[in-house]
Design a protein around this ligand. Sequence first.
Ligand SMILES: Cc1cc2nc3c(=O)[nH]c(=O)nc-3n(C[C@H](O)[C@H](O)[C@H](O)COP(=O)(O)OP(=O)(O)OC[C@H]3O[C@@H](n4cnc5c(N)ncnc54)[C@H](O)[C@@H]3O)c2cc1C
Length: 599
Amino acid sequence: MADQYTSMENLRFLLHDVHQVSDILDHERFVDYDVDGINIMLDAAKDVADKELFPYFAEMDEKPVRYEDGKVIVHPQIKRFIEVGAENGWIGSWFDYDQGGMQMPQMLYGSIFHILDSANNNVAGYIGLTSGAANLIRNFGSQELYDTYVPNMLAGKWMGTMALTEPQAGSSLSDIKTTAYPQADGSYKIKGQKIFISGGDHQYADNFVHLTLARIEGAPQGTKGISLFVVPKNLPSGEYNDVFTAGDFQKMGQKGYATTHLVYGENDNCTGWLVGKPHNGLRYMFQMMNEARLSVGSSATAVATAAYHASLQYAKERPQGRPLTSSGKKNVDKGQTFIINHPDVRRMLLLQKAVVEGAHSLLLECAKIGDLESMTEGEEHDNLHLLLEILTPIAKTYPSEMGRISISNGLQILGGYGFCTDFPLQQYYRDIRIMSLYEGTTGIQSLDLLGRKVTMQGGKALQLLMAEMTKTIQEATTFDDLKKYANILTEKLELTQQVLQYLLKFAMEGDYSRFLADATMFMEYASTLVIAWQWLKQAIVAKKALVTGNMTFDSTFYESKIHTMKFFFKYEVPKTSGLSQILMDDEVLTIVEEKELIV
Ligand SMILES: Cc1cc2nc3c(=O)[nH]c(=O)nc-3n(C[C@H](O)[C@H](O)[C@H](O)COP(=O)(O)OP(=O)(O)OC[C@H]3O[C@@H](n4cnc5c(N)ncnc54)[C@H](O)[C@@H]3O)c2cc1C
C-alpha cells in the first residue's frame, strides 16, 4: 500500500459538506472559484505534495540545515519547492489580482497548506512566512515599499521573515532592545540582534526581507515604543545591508527548516525603512501573528494527521497476538491477528482520528470566519472578528498540545519500531514539539484566552461562541441518535458558566495572579469543549447523509464520523469535569509565596 499522509476524502467532507465553502463563493471577490475548480486545485496540490514534498520528508531530517562559513545551507529540494510555490501562485494567494495575487479564499489556502504540511512540514513555512511578510507590507507599508519588495517576494525570488525574538525578549516583546536610529533621508540605521528567525537565510533566494521589530531611539518603554521596519539582507541595488547570519540553531525537529540568528548593523551600516507609523509596530505585527498562529495550528494538525495515517497503515498490516476467546483465554491454534483488532490499539487510533479531524474542522471553521469577515461590514463584521479572536488561541494550542499526545499514541501503536528511524512516527513526534512553543507558547496563548479574549467587550466574544455552539446543539437534538451528545455539551456549557463565575471573581477583586494562575488548565478545558462542538457538527452532517442517502462517500465514511464523535464524548469530554474541579479548587499551590516551596 502506498504511504498515505492525509485523507482527501476527509478534507473534501470538511471543506464542502461541514463548512460549506460554497457559502462564500457568491461574493464578488471569489467569483472565479467554484466547487469543481477548488477540487482541481486541491488535487494539483496533492500531486505536488506527492512528488515534490513527501519523498524528501525523512531525508530532510537525516540531512538537516547546516551553517558553513557564514552561510546557511538547506536541502536542494527547497529550491524546487519555492519555484513550484511561486508557479502555483501560493505565495500571493490572498493578494488581489491586480497585485499579482489569486484572491483565494482562506478556506482553500488553508486546505492547500494542510496537504503540503502533512506531506512535509519542513517546507511550507518558507513560502508561508514570505506571504505573511508581504501581506504586512501591503497592509501597512508605503507604496514605495510595496513596489520595491512585494513583487519579488510573490515571485519567490526574495523571501520574507518575521523577526521579533531577541535573546532576552521572547514571550515578553516589550523588552526588545534592537534600536532604529533616524537618518536625514527618512530611513533608519538598525542595530541589534534577533534569534530563532525561521527561514531567515539560505542559498536559494537572492534576498531576505526581514519584517523587524525595533525601538526608535528615545521611544517610550514597553510595547507602545515598538515600531516595525523592513530590513533587507541586501539593499534593492544588491549591495550587502549588514544583516549578518551568525548561525543556524540545531533543533530536535523540523530539521529541514532554517532557524537563524541574525545580527543587524555589526558594521553600523544596516538600513531599515519604517512600516506605517512609529510606535505602532506591535499592532501591525499582531496581524501577521494572528495569521501565523492559525498557520501553526494548521501545521500541527497536518503533522498529526500524517502520523495518524502512518500508524493506521501499520496497525492494519502488523500481525501480533490473538484475540481473547469467550473464556478469556487466547486461542493459540489460530494465527496471529492484526493489531488493529486489539481494543487498546483501536482506542489509540480513535484518539488520533478524533484529535486530528476535530482540530482540522476547527481550523476550517476559523478560515471560514476569516473569509466571511473580509466580505462583511458593520456589526456582522465586528461579531465575526470577535469570534475569530476567541477561537485563535484555541486553534493554535489544541492541535499543538493534543496533536503531540495523539502522535505519542501513534508511536505506541508501532511498538519498538515507533522509536526507530525506520518509521516516521519518531520524526512526527519530534517535529510537532515546536508547535506549542512558537508564535506564543501554550502558557501565553492560555493567558490570552482567559485574560483577554474571555473578558473582552464585557464577555461578548464568549457569548458569540456559546451562541454558535448552542445552534449546533439545537440541530443535533433533532436526531434521536445525537440527542445524548447534544445534552452532554449543554451541561458542559452550564458548567463553563460556573467555572467562569468562580474565576472572574478574582479578576473583579483585582487578584489577577489568582485569576490567571491556572489559565493553561482553562485552555485545556475550553478547547476540549470547542472540539466536542466540532465533532457534533461533523456528526450532524454525517447523520443527514446517512438518513437521506445523499452520500458523496461510502456509508462507512459517515458511520466512522459518528463513531469517532461518540469516542470523543466518551473518552475526552469527561476530562473537563476533572479540569473544572481543579479550576474551582480553593487551594492555591503555584503562586509564588514568601517561603520557597520548590526545593
Ligand atoms: C524553531 C523556532 C522557530 C522560531 N521562529 C521564530 C520566528 O520566525 N520569528 C521570531 O520572532 N521568533 C521565532 N521563534 C521564537 C519563539 O516565538 C519563542 O521561542 C517563543 O515565543 C518563546 O520565547 P522564549 O523562547 O524566549 O521563551 P520564554 O519567553 O523565556 O518562555 C519560557 C517559559 O516561560 C513561560 N512564560 C514566559 N512568560 C510568561 C508569563 N508572563 N506568564 C506565564 N508563563 C510565562 C513560557 O510559557 C515558557 O514556558 C522561534 C523559536 C523556535 C524554537
